[in-house]
Write a protein that binds this ligand. Structure first.
Ligand SMILES: Nc1ncnc2c1ncn2[C@@H]1O[C@H](COP(=O)(O)OP(=O)(O)OC[C@H]2O[C@@H]([n+]3cccc(C(=O)O)c3)[C@H](O)[C@@H]2O)[C@@H](O)[C@H]1O
Ligand SMILES: Nc1ncnc2c1ncn2[C@@H]1O[C@H](COP(=O)(O)OP(=O)(O)OP(=O)(O)O)[C@@H](O)[C@H]1O
Ligand SMILES: NC(=O)CC[C@H](N)C(=O)O
Length: 634
């Protein structure tokens, strides 16, 4: 019988001293209760998303030295942990210091090697290089090591044998995160090890960020592979947050043991740092400790849990505990205010309503009601005077060319819309936040972010966009969830959920007349999602083809018929091109300058979606489909 500790630790990326202190405490605790083995996540010492700190040799040396300290603690316990390994005298393909993303297994103060490996550690074989991952930018893989030795990876890849004493031993198949997400790789580490060596057990150490629905996908994927090799598997992931500048990722942990049939047997709590213990009978190859698995959460509950965890952790990581939120009476600012109210005491939240002459008494009252419901600080700072001052200053400014007066500047109603938005954020909220001793938030949603329906240096500003990875329909669902499941009362006024979403920045955006945003969320949410989130990202070409085939709604997953929205093909095409031009054009310029986004989806704007500023492009096929369609249908 073996006692095994799963250390689902909160990794502080970029703080190896902190991480090692936690690891030492966990090791001491595991020893105290007589554990035979303790397992830590991938890159537990350095962290994973640390940017180009991977190029700092001093940092790497420090992490390696900490790994040596852990080895010294393995006299009476097996310690499995992820760390960076380096090799002097060798370089990566880019000429930087040679580094491996490695798994170390320490026993009796020695590192144990996979038996066919020349190194005293296991080297990650599959290096992810999509979305937020950049493993191959920093690490050399086992595949490359084999290639440079002119041998096959199969010749190097082998299990690690661990003797636990008292005639107890295990052969362990080592895996590091992506090694088990092998669907599209020609070399499948788990299946190879299973067939070639039939290890007693697999251990997958991970540094795997949270994404909606990922846990269930992992269960399916891991379950299928495990069934084929028929070996129990331990999956140890971390909690915490890590970022790559433009995106903040939460890590849910959700560490799990799988039976040899591929079924979850024990799951740690998501988003909770935990040192969990399981018992394993090496003779029957079964887990003998009680079964404990988590019920899958519904989407909105998962969104709430991740956002709450992400915001809390991010505030703590930047050392801030006060926020200022511009509240308009609309849904997006109300959802953000309620989210922060679920995290911070009301005395540390200040809501600011900033009306101009275009704001209705309905929304002004809703903003006040929201603040009353939360019980937080509230102030009203109108922007009408400053709008008029700006208007006067710009319109009366005399423009000279040398000594010659050449013109005046004109302001359109459209320019004045953006003056208000800029005034609210850059002038007022920034000053209020500084005076209050906190930060101000960006309350954008993903649909607005997709098309840049926000003002540059205006409502696009803020310290963090906590909800910019949520489509508008997810914002509404979250509003209802916050009221029903978090506060158990209508903290977000029902009026904010029911009114038409509107910027209220001009006379043409009058909510009393039902004049709202130009975005038709029940359709555009899904159209924009297909441009961004589909793994095979679509362009207007596919959209138009599906429209012609009559399968558009089914393909993009919206429940509203496009023919009711756009009676003619011309109207449909005009709408498609209007938004495509923005999504792939000016909105990119805005996103480059926007605050970091808390990521929850399978593809969020930010570093998750690498974007270049290009001219919006229509494929030749699109142009010809459009021509045919407009000839036949008008
Ligand atoms: N490539 C580029 N890189 C950097 N800057 C660039 C640029 N191209 C133009 N610009 C500059 O950007 C300016 C235009 O950008 P910007 O001022 O953002 O304005 P713009 O994108 O033209 O308009 C923003 C739209 O968002 C709406 N909005 C704003 C605020 C809140 C809400 C709401 O829903 O509550 C809605 C507003 O009603 C308006 O329809 C140009 O005047 C130019 O100076
Ligand atoms: N009158 C206002 N007072 C205070 N803040 C405002 C006002 N109008 C806009 N803002 C700020 O600008 C942001 C963007 O406005 P936007 O209209 O997109 O959001 P919203 O009003 O919360 O929701 P909706 O789009 O559904 O109306 C808001 O989240 C809010 O922070
Ligand atoms: N650390 C990793 O290798 C992460 C990649 C893995 N597919 C994941 O999404 O979790």
């Amino acid at each position: 019988m073996l006692n095994i500790a799963l250390a689902q630790m909160n990794i502080h990326a970029g703080d190896p001293r902190y991480n090692v202190t936690v690891m030492k405490k966990n090791i001491a605790q595991a020893k105290e209760i007589g554990c035979d083995m303790i397992i830590f996540p991938e890159l537990a010492i350095p962290g994973y998303l640390i940017g180009d700190v991977w190029d700092q040799q001093d940092y790497i040396d420090e992490c390696v030295a900490f790994g040596e300290e852990l080895r010294q603690l393995s006299a009476d316990i097996t310690i499995v942990f992820g760390n960076v390994a380096c090799e002097s005298g060798r370089v990566n393909l880019d000429g930087h210091l040679r580094k491996y993303n490695a798994m170390f297994v320490a026993r009796n103060k020695e590192f144990l090697s996979p038996h066919a490996s020349p190194y005293p550690f296991y080297i990650k074989t599959l290096l992810p290089n999509y979305r937020e991952f950049s493993d191959s930018r920093y690490f050399t893989s086992l595949l490359e090591v084999a290639q440079e030795r002119h041998i096959f990876v199969e010749d190097l890849f082998s299990p690690i044998r661990v003797d636990f004493g008292n005639n107890r031993h295990l052969t362990i198949g080592p895996l590091i995160c992506e090694d088990s997400w092998d669907e599209n790789y020609p070399f499948k580490p788990m299946s190879f090890l299973g067939k070639q060596y039939s290890p007693d057990m697999f251990i997958n150490i991970s540094n795997s960020p949270f994404t909606l629905g990922k846990t269930q996908r992992r269960h399916r994927l891991f379950g299928q592979s495990i069934k084929k090799v028929h070996a129990p598997t331990l999956y140890v992931n971390c909690t915490g947050i890590q970022n790559n500048g433009k995106n903040i990722y939460t890590f849910d942990g959700s560490s799990c043991t799988y039976t040899k049939e591929g079924n979850p047997h024990f799951e740690c709590q998501p988003f909770e740092e935990e040192l969990a213990f399981v018992q394993y009978d090496e003779i029957s190859r079964t887990f003998t400790s009680p079964k404990k698995t988590n019920l899958p959460k519904k989407e909105t509950e998962e969104i709430y849990t991740s956002l709450r965890y992400g915001i809390t952790s991010f505030l703590s990581s930047i050392g801030v505990n006060k926020v200022v939120i511009g509240v308009s009476g609309g849904i997006d600012s109300a959802v953000n205010a309620a989210l922060y109210a679920a995290i911070l005491p009301p005395s540390q939240i200040m809501l600011v309503n900033m009306p101009s002459c275009y704001n209705s008494s309905i929304t002004k009252d809703l903003a006040k009601t929201l603040a009353d419901n939360i019980g937080c600080l509230y102030t009203v700072i109108p922007v009408q005077d400053s709008l008029e001052l700006t208007r006067k200053q710009i319109q009366t400014a005399e423009v000279y060319s040398g000594e010659k007066k050449v013109s005046h500047l004109e302001l359109t109603s459209f320019i004045e819309e953006n003056i208000q938005a800029r005034d609210r954020s850059s002038r007022i909220l920034a000053a209020v936040a500084a005076s209050f001793g906190g930060v101000f938030t960006c309350n954008a949603n993903k649909a607005e972010t997709a098309v840049g329906y926000a003002t540059l240096y205006g409502d696009h500003a803020g310290y963090l966009s906590a909800t910019a990875d949520l489509w508008k329909h997810q914002m509404y669902a979250l509003a209802v969830y916050l009221n029903q499941n978090v506060f158990h009362r209508d903290v977000i006024p029902k009026g904010s959920i029911d009114i038409v979403p509107s910027a209220e920045l001009s006379a043409s955006q009058d909510i009393a007349k039902g004049q709202g945003d130009p975005i038709i969320y029940p359709y555009h949410d899904y159209l924009f999602a297909s441009f961004v989130e589909n793994w095979h990202r679509v362009t207007p070409q596919s959209i138009l083809q599906w429209y012609i085939d009559g399968t558009l709604e089914e393909h993009i997953g919206c429940s509203i018929s496009v023919h009711t929205l756009f009676p003619t093909a011309k109207e449909f095409i005009d709408d498609l091109e209007r938004w495509w031009k923005l999504v792939s054009g000016f909105a990119v310029a805005k996103r480059i300058q926007s605050p970091p986004i808390l990521s929850i989806s399978r593809r969020s704007f930010g570093y998750d979606l690498r974007e270049a500023q290009l001219k919006p492009y229509y494929t030749t096929k699109y142009v010809s489909l459009k021509e045919q369609l407009l000839k036949t249908k008008v």
